[in-house]
Design a protein. Sequence first.
Length: 111
Amino acid sequence: MGYDIRSRPYPLFIGDLPGDIDPMVRVVAVEGEAWSLPLLREKGTITSGDLVLGWEEGLNSALHTSVIAKGRDVGNVVVQRRRGAVLDDVVHDVTFAFVFHAFFPDGVIHQ
């Protein structure tokens, strides 16, 4: 309970932590690049090349309390790729910055 508001991951994680972002900040990861949820929440929509990332409220954290309905709102993320006038859904991951950093140590996290 309260995992997603911790300042650090549980001690079971023994890897390096990212140096330029709080390790427990949620990020949206797409193909080795990531955007922080606070940034996406602030902007609402981010366009990066042909990618369009969107955020809207309405999704509770399953890691905040033992009752998901009472969890804090972390929002819903949609990632799409623009192909002309069409937007196609893109596989993405919403995870913590430390997790992204573990899999993509040279990856970029936009804040």
